[in-house]
Write a protein that binds this ligand. Structure first.
Ligand code: SAM
Ligand code: SF4
Length: 463
């Protein structure tokens, strides 16, 4: 075996755990309520169970865990696509080099500033930088300048406080440079962990090298970036295999660096221009299986955030939040320059078509109606609670004394600076309710003081 993903072993575990008994599934679910996660064998048993009442029990357990650790908070972000020029030929992506119909565009620093202004003007505090892979145009110098431009952009009271980055795998030296720019999470999806499928999906370009990609997080961590985000593009291969492989990836990072991934993303394959695989999905994942796999990830790695994007419909997103999602994108566009151009769909320049096209304001209103609390918090990485420090701190009691107050404070800022009158009224009532759920009376008191300071014009207050 050349790397830490052993395809045969994963297939064997899945095979061995076919049709698990009712007692076994229930006993795994009972045990998982200790919030210590699952072994690969236990995870495989849940993945291989399709009995209706038992899947319902999985949903209930995932909800319990989500509630214990994350409460009703949902952290908001938007992607910022800066270039769609790419040397790779991933069979599923609209940016693939062979797609000659795609209008190629790399944003200048001025255009990036304008895009950032649009997003800051909507109230965003957290963005995800996304780029195609092309050393000649979007190498490390460009990435560094882009990050600086985003962080330097200010509109009124607003600015981007945490920029996460999803760019092609880097060398240790370039990761060191990336770390110095002050990014939040480095995010990279393996797409498929299944070696043969990976080879078929990535026929040419630097991405054809599976090993370079699978060890990207090792290099990032060696360079000192301790918040990393992994993911698999669902639809390329059997989702059961991918979920188990992501667990092995987590275990590998935990064993080697003492901390697993900060987040797991669960992108499902969407139609894309001239991308043969995106329009004829090899292993489609049904909505039901999608919910099930989110619930299983929540149970298997309770302290790892799960990210849900606008690839999914508003309806599905609403139904899956409670199963363990901790971060969502809103008001997204997947073509460079789209926020300024303000176009909902641009088939000739976007990476794939998004499904949830609601504005950020509408998503916030809808999220609240469903009983969730939108958060713009970026406190942890700014006070150094990253990597292992974050995981040590992320125990239910602790998290409630920091995250709820920070969520309340950032939401209050949003209400003052960006909300319409309806949302302001609804939001203030929500804040009153949430204050009650802060366990420590002293922290509650301090939060009330900070809320008053925000009213008086101060900003960016956190615990
Ligand atoms: N180019 C870099 C790379 O491939 O890692 C970084 C960004 S790439 C634009 C971001 C992610 O979009 C990919 O990792 C892939 O999982 C996802 N993606 C590509 N095509 C997609 C499609 N048709 N539907 C949904 N997601 C897609
Ligand atoms: Fe390029 Fe990334 Fe799209 Fe592949 S997924 S074609 S590497 S942008």
């Amino acid at each position: 075996m050349a790397d830490f993903i052993d395809d045969a072993k994963i297939q064997k575990i899945l095979e061995k755990n076919r049709n698990p008994s009712r007692e076994r599934v229930l006993s795994i679910l009972r045990r998982s309520r200790d919030l210590k996660g699952l072994t690969p064998e236990e995870t495989a048993a849940l993945l291989q169970c399709d009995e209706g009442p038992l899947v319902k029990a999985m949903f209930a357990t995932a909800q319990y865990i989500k509630e214990q650790i994350y409460g009703n908070r949902l952290v908001m972000f938007a992607p910022l696509y800066v270039t769609n020029i790419c040397r790779n030929n991933c069979l599923y992506c609209g940016f693939r080099a062979d797609n000659k119909e795609l209008k190629r565009k790399q944003l200048s620093m001025e255009e990036i500033r304008k895009e950032t202004e649009m997003l800051v003007g909507q109230g965003h505090k957290r963005l995800l930088l996304v780029a195609g892979e092309d050393q000649n145009t979007s190498g490390m110098d460009y990435v560094e300048k882009t990050i600086k431009t985003v962080y330097d952009t200010r509109v009124g009271n607003g600015s981007i406080r945490r920029l996460n980055v999803n760019v092609a795998p880097l060398s240790v030296n370039d990761f060191i440079r990336l770390k110095k720019t002050g990014i939040g999470t480095y995010q990279l999806f393996q797409e498929t962990y299944h070696h043969d499928t990976y080879k078929k999906m990535h026929p040419s370009g630097p991405k054809a090298d599976y090993a370079w990609r699978i060890y990207a997080m090792d290099r990032a961590m060696e360079a000192g970036i301790d918040d990393v985000g992994i993911g698999a593009l669902l639809g390329l291969y059997d989702y059961r295999f991918e979920v188990l492989a992501m667990l092995y990836h987590s275990m590998h990072l935990e064993e080697k660096f003492g901390v697993g991934p900060h987040t797991i993303s669960v992108p499902r394959l969407k139609p894309a221009l001239n991308a043969p695989l995106a329009n004829d999905i090899p292993y489609p994942v049904s909505d039901h299986d999608f919910k099930k796999l989110v619930a299983i990830i929540r149970i298997a790695v309770p302290y790892t955030g799960i990210i849900l994007s606008t690839r999914e419909s508003a309806e599905l997103r609403d139904g899956v939040f409670e199963l363990g999602i901790s971060q969502i994108s809103a008001g997204s566009r997947t073509n460079p320059g789209a926020y300024v151009e303000s176009c909902e769909h641009a088939p000739d320049s976007e990476q794939f078509s998004i499904t949830d096209t609601r504005t950020q304001l509408q998503v916030i209103k809808d999220v609240i109606k469903k009983g969730f609390f939108p958060s713009f918090c970026t406190a942890c990485y700014r006070v150094g609670r990253t990597g292992k420090d974050f995981m040590d701190f992320a125990k239910p009691g602790e998290i409630k004394n920091f995250c709820i107050p920070n969520c309340i404070l950032t939401f209050k800022e949003y209400l003052i600076d960006y909300a319409d009158e309806d949302l302001k009224e609804e939001g203030e009532a929500l804040i009153e309710e949430e204050l009650e759920s802060i366990p420590s009376a002293a922290v509650r008191e301090k939060t009330i003081q900070k809320l008053a300071m925000l009213e008086q014009g101060q900003r960016d207050l956190y615990f």
